[in-house]
Ligand binder design. Sequence first.
Ligand code: NAD
Length: 497
Amino acid sequence: MTALTLETDVLQNFIDGKWVDVENTTAVTNPANGERIVQVPLSNRYHVEEAVKAAKKAQKDWALVPAPQRAEVLYRVGMIMKDKKERLSRLLTMENGKVLEEARGEVQEGIDMAFYMAGEGRRLFGQTTPAELKDKFAMSQRCPVGVVGIITPWNFPIAIATWKSFPAIVAGNAVIWKPATETPIMAYELAKIFEEAGLPNGVINVVFGKGSEVGDSMVQNEDIRVISFTGSNDTGRNIASDCGKQLKKVSLEMGGKNAVIVMDDADLDLAVEGILWSAFGTSGQRCTACSRVIVHHKVKKILEERLLAAMDHLTIGNGLEEGIKVGPIINEAGLNKIKKYIEVGKQEGATLLAGGSEWESNNQGYYFTPTLFTDAKPDMRIAQEEIFGPVVSLIEVSSFEEAIEVNNQVTYGLSSSIFTRDINRVFKAQRDLDTGIVYVNAGTTGAEIHLPFGGTKGTGNGHRDSGVQALDVFTEWKAIYVDYSGKLQRAQIDTEE
Ligand code: NAD
């Protein structure tokens, strides 16, 4: 598949339902082979302002469309995505590198989200509650916030965009979306799908460009009342601090240092499969990637042996080719970061059992061999910091309690997993693991869209993507009191009559 399938060689912004040229552009390359795929705009503050103007105007009308009708657009979006699933998946692999099977899974996540959030168009529940005075009615309802900004990363370029834009839209907001510059094609395709589905002009606006220019302009723009961000911790913290000064609502989903715990009673073959999928899928470039295995000392040796044997079968290469299990790293900077952590791990005294080096392709792709460290200690940097590559470190423990403690000893709190056959351990673990997502007898990845997605501690700031909880980010609560007594009734004062 080549750039021809995109219908264009230079992407445009999508503002007020029109495709708009931008003078400056930069090349998007396929991480599997270094080939240029398309040019992406490098927009500036002016483009963001134009998008906000359009969004403000569109949002007023959109909020007045009954929510079940707003939802119908999302149903159509879901149907079109379904029809285009294979095309979207292949384009996703081209721009991001993840293997085709995983790309199909990511697109499916977006389709699921469309139908799920369309259903919310007939719910968007508020509450009725008794009033404290006679002949008085009390209720609360969700209201749209207005114009909202979403900023998305390259590692899940379509799924994360749907987690954010679909709830925002069904709730009656208008959206300004800045996708990652590395992966703009999914944004272009999704904007086209919105257009085909009949979303009114200006309800979604896509502005391509750098975070420091477009992202920052969105954060600083006072008409954008919410920023929903997924990305790295440094960027997220800066955004949160800028939003804080403006009393702007901000939802952050950031990094992880996810662990799989393997107890002495675990089904080890299953644990190996779970670790492989979580650690090396998407070449370890998932926020939920397993990068620590906390293993009971009684099964450490045998787990190491089985992991090493299984890792031998992980074929590396272009994710569009049959049988490839591990695709490329997104770019050279990502590759260099992984290499740096291999040196850190060695210097810290961990033992390198497998991998640890770049995989030499016969082209300009960026590849890293699946890597296994053992004898890591919980406080080592390789066991504390997000590497974002196919690198996993084994940490030995002597008890269930120690395993839980080690799991929780990181600043992140996204996902964790435990392999055990002991029901008491299962329930204690799901209670005590301090992460937003817990898996039992499965790896650290595999979230479903109707549950809340996000993490505790340094992973976020208490909000959640997906699930019904996503609506909390994009709505304000309004309390409404209707007094039908025909006289002045004062709350808290006239209650004793
Ligand atoms: P990043 O922080 O570099 O970029 C994320 C987005 O923010 C991009 O669109 C980028 O252009 C934009 N950005 C950069 N600087 C900005 C600024 N100053 N102002 C506004 N926007 C700015 O992250 P990345 O490398 O694209 O993504 C990888 C990170 O995302 C990892 O840390 C990963 O764990 C995290 N992630 C988290 C989740 C989650 O749900 N918790 C999901 C996926 C990825």
